[in-house]
Design a protein around this ligand. Structure first.
Ligand SMILES: Cc1cc2nc3c(=O)[nH]c(=O)nc-3n(C[C@H](O)[C@H](O)[C@H](O)COP(=O)(O)OP(=O)(O)OC[C@H]3O[C@@H](n4cnc5c(N)ncnc54)[C@H](O)[C@@H]3O)c2cc1C
Length: 381
């Protein structure tokens, strides 16, 4: 069995971000690194958006960015300038190509296409079995969701952020390229939290994603019917669908870290790096990777890497409330956007606010629901 210093299981967003940061640091120049993914990452399989202040390390591959977003609902709608932030869009294919090209020039990196079956930390070494071979690694980072145990427990409710999107092309200029529609709750809520998310790439091309934060997924047809209806309401009747994308992101405070061991660290969605209250994972993964690099240099026990912060508790209550009263999402988000500066909301969601700022934001939400969730949680954590 071939032995590596590091093995990265899954070369999607978090796996590639990690290896990219490793090769930027001379500390890893002599380390043998293996990347395993069941597929060749050459498809545009998702569209990632995130916000950040000013410029950032992915700017070379940012496909589109906006300095304004639109929030819509029946009782509060607003076009909001999000300065000093930008809302940025990356096509996953550009991200994969960008990193894989740099990796090709590195002789210490090996990339293989095999399906991972199991990962076992034996205490001083980790063994990985794939459908073709077995490998040994001193340290392993796993972004493959190998256990569905998080779905079969009741301590931490699991909402899904599920969506289906159409890339729509029109002949005539039809879209306002200056702002991205962050959440438009004016769509029928049907006892859930449902909204449209719109990313105008150009005046004649936009991505429309019908999105829910709810327990159960819909039949594909329902997402598509809702996009059709939304387009019609906007007076857009002549268009072509150039691409489709769909996804389902778990929104939960389930403790994914408990699977971390001395030598195996779960990363990305599999490591609980998805922000439970929003489903955003991309920028959170960057933040985690940037913390992980110095941590790695001290070859520390991986089970000590992830620490709970107060934001985890806010997310916990938010998910508890939304899981129990799934129909109130529109009014919760409306209160949030109505009573707070959007730049403060983004800072809060980035987990960078001070306690004082947290207080201002959290008290803009209906206290009764959250106090009830808090009292029920008190006996459950
Ligand atoms: C369509 C879509 C759009 C999204 N948009 C956003 C967004 O705008 N902003 C945001 O912050 N987040 C977004 N997310 C959430 C999140 O950022 C992505 O899911 C992101 O790709 C998660 O990174 P990851 O490394 O955890 O998982 P992935 O990127 O999914 O990487 C996991 C890798 O593991 C491989 N794999 C799976 N099983 C095996 C196996 N058995 N053996 C070997 N390899 C395996 C897969 O091929 C994949 O390459 C989106 C998700 C989806 C699905």
């Amino acid at each position: 069995m071939k032995k590596y210093d590091y093995i990265i299981s899954g070369s999607g967003a978090s796996g590639l971000m990690l290896v990219y940061h490793m090769i930027l640091d001379p500390f890893f120049d002599q380390k043998q690194i293996l990347l395993i993914d069941k597929v060749l990452k050459n498809q545009n399989d998702r569209t990632w958006c995130f916000w950040e202040k000013g410029s950032g390390i992915w700017d070379e591959i940012v496909h589109k960015k906006w300095d304004s977003i639109y929030f819509g609902s029946d009782n509060f709608s607003k076009k909001i300038v999000i300065s000093p932030y930008y809302y940025k869009l990356i096509r996953s294919k550009d991200f994969y190509d960008f990193i894989l090209k740099v990796l090709q020039e590195k002789s210490n990196i090996t990339i293989i296409q095999e399906k991972i079956i199991s990962i076992v930390d034996q205490g001083d070494i980790v063994s990985i079995k794939t459908d073709a071979h077995a490998y040994l690694g001193n340290k392993v980072f796993n972004s493959v969701v190998l256990s569905l145990a998080y779905k079969n427990q009741s301590r931490y409710p699991v909402l899904n952020q599920h969506f289906l999107g159409w890339f729509v092309k029109t002949k005539e200029p039809s879209f306002d390229t200056k702002m991205a529609t962050f959440m438009d709750f004016t769509v029928a809520q049907k006892e859930n939290t449902r909204f449209m998310y719109v990313l105008p790439i150009s005046e004649t091309e936009a991505l429309f994603e019908y999105t829910l934060f709810s327990k159960d997924l819909l039949e594909e047809q329902e997402y598509e019917d809702e996009i059709k209806k939304y387009l019609q309401n906007k007076g857009i009747t002549r268009y072509k669908i150039s691409e489709k994308e769909k996804g389902c992101i778990p929104m939960t405070c389930y403790n994914f870290n408990k699977y971390n061991s001395k030598n195996v660290l779960h990363i990305g969605t599999a490591g609980g790096w998805t922000k439970p209250s929003t489903g955003y994972t991309f920028s959170n993964s960057l933040k985690k990777v940037q913390q992980l690099i110095p941590f790695l240099k001290q070859a520390k026990d991986f089970s000590k890497f992830d620490q709970k912060t107060r934001f985890w508790y806010y997310d916990l209550l938010f998910i508890d409330v939304l899981y129990r009263d799934n129909h109130i999402g529109a009014s919760l988000f409306s209160s949030l956007f109505k009573k707070n500066k959007s730049s403060k909301i983004l800072k809060f969601l980035d987990e960078k606010t001070t306690l004082f700022e947290d207080l201002k934001i959290t008290t803009s939400l209906p206290a009764g629901k959250f106090l009830k969730a808090l009292s029920q949680r008190f006996f459950k954590i």
